[in-house]
Design a protein around this ligand. Structure first.
Ligand code: NAD
Length: 442
């Protein structure tokens, strides 16, 4: 497994749990040192236990010697990062190509080189060229096996996936056989395994993420509309989500999608489609609407504070892009907090696990608090950015006593509007206008 990040480490630990011997190669010295000492470099529920068990059983090892790790293996997974390339939004494939070349030079016999990273259509074929060029003598296959796990529930997603997608060339029977064997435990639980060609598998991953991003963006727009019309977005989501053709998931309004995947993958698909001469206006609109949303959210907070946040103390709860992860990549909290800080607000922030990764991304003046209670103490306004479960339990009356002001901007709708208003708050959620307070239809 080349790369021991969110995807590489989880996949490696889960394959090891299936009984496979897995060697993880990680070049980041701090991450590697942590893994070797049994400490997890990322926060992912259940991962520490899985890694500990499989390391103890001798099936899971960590190192930086790629040549030693790939000698004699049947399959090599490339699970390195593919961030958005600076400036143009195309996926940056430099880590993938470098890894492919290193793997090619180190292989000692036939192996399937599998891309687990999310990569643009055509990357698998380019990898094959790189390997052939570096090692004309080598017998190998390439395959695409995009990963669909979600941070925060990554182990369950890997062990009980909705489906596994495997892209191989028609003639690569050996690759199909190796991957089928590797995923055999999933056949036993009847998880669908979708075999396709290379290009199709690569596109499936972008299409899946872009579709979900579009769904989130759609409900965000419906939330805005609900506010104008006096409707309730949760009821709208339920009312449409119960339709099996639509489905209930990913219909929660929020401050705009973020994280390590949706922003870069929508951008990459937009570029892929443009380059292919078949631009996707839906994906383009999704990117544009979502980008605008973060500053719209910041403006809402300013408006809720009476038009200016200068001299105000604002408590921000939740910094990571979603709960149950420490991942801060493209989190909505970052642009929102910068806007508020630049507007002259003093920020008191708390996140259950994301404070360390958040620190370098936020203004120096942000006060990082020990818990939610400390963050809200004396605050003029409270903003909920990430819906960690522990915030749901905050009691309105206690909050009211602890805070100086009465403004709550709940960007995840974790509180009951009526209870908050009853406790004396000027409470603003998303898409939950009070009936009767709608704008009249012209
Ligand atoms: P990550 O940044 O957490 O991990 C990548 C790791 O690879 C890093 O630790 C880096 O040090 C290491 N690395 C880079 N080059 C290396 C090399 N030559 N040899 C050894 N190690 C190397 O990234 P991630 O979140 O795990 O994402 C990896 C890929 O999986 C991306 O393409 C991403 O789009 C995709 N993906 C991510 C998720 C997710 O939820 N994070 C889900 C599905 C797919």
């Amino acid at each position: 497994m080349i790369g021991g990040g969110y995807v590489g480490l989880v996949s490696a630990a889960c394959f090891a749990e299936f009984g496979v011997e897995v060697a993880v190669v990680e070049t980041d010295t701090a991450k590697l040192a942590a893994l070797r000492e049994g400490r997890m470099p990322i926060y992912e529920p259940g991962l520490d236990r899985l890694v500990e068990d499989n390391t103890a059983a001798g099936r899971l090892t960590f190192g930086d010697d790629l040549a030693a790790a790939v000698a004699g293996v049947e399959a090599v997974f490339i699970a390195v990062g593919t961030p958005a390339r600076r400036g143009d939004g195309h996926a940056d494939l430099s880590f993938v190509y470098r890894a492919a070349e290193q793997v090619a030079r180190a292989l000692t016999g036939h192996a399937v080189i599998v891309t687990k990273s999310t990569v643009p259509v055509g990357t698998g074929r380019r990898i094959a060229e790189i390997v052939r060029h570096a090692r004309p003598d080598l017998d190998f296959d390439v395959a695409s096996n995009p990963e669909f796990l979600r941070e925060g529930s990554a182990i369950g997603d890997f062990m009980r996936p909705d489906r596994v997608v495997i892209g191989v060339d028609e003639e690569s029977e050996r690759a199909r056989e190796v991957l089928r064997r590797l995923y055999r435990p999933l056949y036993l639980i009847e998880a669908p395994i979708v075999f396709t060609g290379l290009e199709t598998a690569e596109l499936i991953k972008y299409a899946a993420n872009s579709f979900l991003a579009m769904k989130v963006t759609f409900i965000n727009e419906m939330a805005d509309l609900c506010e104008r019309l006096g409707a309730d977005v949760h009821d709208v989501a339920r009312g449409i989500g119960l339709d099996g053709r639509i489905g209930r998931k990913f219909l929660h309004p929020g401050p705009g999608f973020g994280g390590s995947c949706f922003p870069k993958d929508t951008l990459a698909l937009m570029r892929i489609a443009q380059d292919a001469g078949a631009p996707s206006r839906l994906v383009e609109a999704t990117v544009a609407v979502n980008d605008a949303r973060k500053s719209v959210m910041a403006s809402r907070i300013v408006a809720a504070c009476g038009g200016s946040v200068r001299g105000k103390t604002i408590a921000v709860l939740g910094l990571t892009f979603k709960p149950e992860t420490d991942d801060m990549r493209d989190s909505a909290s970052v642009p929102i907090i910068w806007r508020l800080a630049e507007g002259g607000a003093a920020i008191r922030a708390f996140d259950p696990v994301g404070m360390e990764p958040a620190r370098p991304l936020l203004p120096q003046a942000v006060a990082f608090c020990r818990d939610a209670r400390e963050a809200v103490a004396g605050a003029d306004a409270l903003v909920i950015v990430t819906e960690w479960n522990e915030f749901r339990a905050l009691e309105p009356d206690r909050l009211r006593q602890a805070m100086r002001g009465t403004v709550i901007v709940d960007l995840r709708n974790i509180f009951e509007p009526a209870a908050m208003r009853q406790a004396g708050f000027d409470y603003r959620g998303l898409g939950r206008a009070e009936p009767g307070r709608s704008r009249p239809v012209p």
